[in-house]
Design a protein around this ligand. Structure first.
Ligand code: NI
Length: 206
């Protein structure tokens, strides 16, 4: 098991579609365990294989209230409904967050690492994390869900470095325009990170 580097935008692998896993062999299991280690080290909620450079349909989720990491192979959102505004960030777009819309609930199918079929309905942060990670497998990032009036918000804007990064981020997110940012509705995605500058208490990275 090993910690793998997490790819960041604009790495093109983040924009590619991952391929279905045909056989859960030792290579897939090693990747899954490496992703668990990598997610744990990053103190995030979710990680998709694209983010460690592997175009395979595999995601791992670690909910703040759970001890176990969830490993899902060939995950699919088969139904979704409702709309809610959530605060979201991504380990591949460090230093930023934004308010976007996600479903109220999803119905989810996958296989776990023991080849058992898993089917359930998810709400709250689990639903959000599943939508975010399955998006990753399709080359979609949360910034793609931003609307024109919404802004990419620097996670920490108190020092020079982050101001520079913010400028870069606005270039990168061409849709970002000036307008009121509203973080008052942010959902509670939180548990404190190791470094509060990187992971503020109000945000968990997906
Ligand atoms: Ni992400």
């Amino acid at each position: 098991m090993a910690i793998r580097p997490i790819l960041e935008l604009p790495n093109p692998v983040l924009r590619q579609r991952a391929k279905k896993i045909r056989r859960i062999d030792s290579k897939v299991l090693r990747l899954a365990h490496d992703m668990v280690d990598t997610l744990q080290e990053a103190n995030g909620v979710g990680l998709a294989a694209n983010q460690v450079g592997e175009l395979r349909r595999l995601i791992v989720i670690h909910l703040p209230e759970e001890d176990e990491f969830r490993i899902y192979i060939n995950p699919e959102i088969v139904q979704r409904d409702g709309e809610r505004e959530v605060e979201e960030g991504c380990l591949s777009i460090p230093g930023y967050r934004a308010m976007i819309k996600r479903s109220v609930w999803v119905r989810f199918n996958a296989m776990d690492h023991t080849e058992q079929v898993v089917k359930f309905k998810a709400e709250d942060i689990l639903s959000q994390a599943l939508e975010h990670e399955v998006d990753h497998l399709n080359g979609i990032l949360y910034i793609d869900h931003m609307e024109a009036h919404q802004k990419l918000i620097p996670v920490e804007s108190n020092d020079e470095e982050d101001h520079e990064a913010a400028d870069e981020g606005n270039k990168l997110e061409a849709k970002a325009e000036s307008g009121p940012s509203d973080s008052s509705k942010s959902t509670d995605l939180c548990t404190p990170g190791d470094d509060p500058r990187e992971t503020p208490a109000s945000l968990k990275m997906l």
